[in-house]
Design a protein around this ligand. Structure first.
Ligand code: NAD
Length: 391
């Protein structure tokens, strides 16, 4: 019997496993993941602010995968494309006939001095929890230290993750102020962005709405301000300094380091794949999600990395593994965006729904929409019980 190995239990990996298992083809399916749980990476900012608990955004992989799928909880060290094996930290090597690699993303520091040591990234459950402990501990500490930098927060970058984090933060801040007895007028939240634009993927009127919403709640934006160094308690942009004892590092992501460690031809741990999502010269190997650079035929540039695109790629990769197993030709990846939603806390946000010819939404309706999107994701990847338990 042929073996299909799926690496990573994020959006792409979980979707591929489900698709392959439901096809009921006689294959051995093996899912490898370093943690026994899946986490909803689009909700990490809520754990980081403390509006959600880890159990609200996670579920047990073993309970969620269809019957018959083998689950190995172990860390992937590298992939050997020539011998078709995956090297695992504890379990040794695992051979495959077909591979769907969906190992996901890591924080990108662009080599900026001090960013790794002094910034708090939001890339997985551990880092989101570390950011929450740091934020709460620092605010609570102010009562003893009376150091105003304990009340200052700098968010680095103004992309999706930063804006969603800021939205959640301004929502929770009043309750943190009252819990720790803080002087509300001394709280300072700066957002420092290199480019001239905030949330570049949204129309200008929606961006303006989101910016005004956050500014009214105390966020100060600094655009065209590239961060050049991060020191303990200080974010620097050339000679300009932003002092804060909480520094959130959300300036973008790169693919898993396993890609570079395995010797692929990569850039920021992403590999340009073929139209069918396979790796050049390896028709048995498919890359999905943040490690995969899939050229958009319309623009020639790779698609952005989002949960929605990872799921669509997983559908194509799973269909192509099944096609290869049946001796058929694989199909080319095609993507039609459903739309984009950016939350600003639980009760607000901005959204563009592509299905309805760029339907623009803002305000509390987007809070409702985001909840539906999140619930649908948990429901599709696990089951109804998990969805109800996570509410
Ligand atoms: P991003 O690339 O979207 O945003 C990072 C921002 O940081 C950019 O605006 C960039 O200009 C800025 N930046 C980079 N270097 C900087 C520097 N030195 N100084 C100041 N600013 C700097 O990254 P992200 O927000 O981490 O998101 C990662 C991916 O996940 C994206 O593809 C995003 O679309 C996706 N995502 C989607 C959602 C959603 O759909 N709701 C939510 C979160 C993330």
């Amino acid at each position: 019997m042929k073996t299909v190995v799926i690496l990573g239990a994020g959006y792409g990996g979980m979707r591929a496993v489900k698709r392959l298992a439901h096809a009921k083809t006689a294959v051995r399916l093996v899912l490898v993941n370093q943690n026994p749980y899946h986490y909803e990476s689009t909700q990490l900012h809520q754990v980081a602010v403390g509006t959600k608990e880890p159990e609200d955004i996670t579920f047990d992989i073993r309970k969620a995968v269809p019957k018959g799928v083998e689950v190995i909880i172990d860390r992937v060290i590298s992939v050997d494309q020539d011998s078709k094996t995956v090297n695992l930290s504890r379990s040794g090597s695992l051979g495959y006939d077909y591979l769907i690699n969906a190992l996901g993303f890591e924080s990108e520091t662009f080599g900026i001095k001090g960013a790794e040591e002094n910034g708090l990234p939001l890339v997985d459950l551990d880092t989101a929890l570390a950011a929450r402990r740091h934020l709460e501990g620092t605010l609570e500490g102010y009562r003893q230290t009376k150091d105003e930098n304990d009340l200052h927060i700098v968010v680095c970058g103004a992309g999706f993750t930063s804006i969603e984090y800021l939205g959640e933060l301004v929502h929770r801040m009043p309750s943190l102020v009252s819990r720790y007895g803080l002087p509300a007028d001394k709280i300072k939240i700066d957002c420092v962005e290199a480019s001239g634009k905030i949330l570049p993927m949204f129309s200008q009127d929606l961006v303006q709405w989101a910016v005004t919403y956050l500014e009214k709640r105390g966020v100060v934006f600094h655009v065209s301000t590239p961060i050049t160094e991060v020191r303990p308690g200080i974010v620097m942009s050339n000679d300009q300094e932003f002092t804060a004892n909480t520094i959130i590092w959300t300036t973008g992501v790169r693919g898993s380091h396993v890609i570079a460690d395995s010797g692929y031809n990569e850039k920021r741990n992403r590999v340009i794949v073929q139209k069918d999502l396979s790796v050049e010269g390896h028709p048995e190997e498919f890359l999905v999600g943040d490690i995969s650079a899939v050229p958009d035929p319309q623009t020639g540039r790779p698609y952005p990395t989002t949960g929605q695109i990872s799921v669509a790629e997983a559908d194509t990769a799973a269909a192509n593994v099944l096609a290869r197993l049946a001796g058929k030709e694989p199909r080319a990846f095609a993507f039609k965006s459903v739309g984009t939603v950016c939350s600003l806390g639980p009760h607000a946000g901005v959204a563009e729904i592509d299905k309805l010819g760029k339907w623009k939404l803002k305000g509390s309706i987007v809070g409702v929409l985001k909840k539906i999107v999140n619930d649908r994701s948990v429901f599709e990847l696990s089951d109804l019980r998990t969805m109800l338990e996570s509410n």
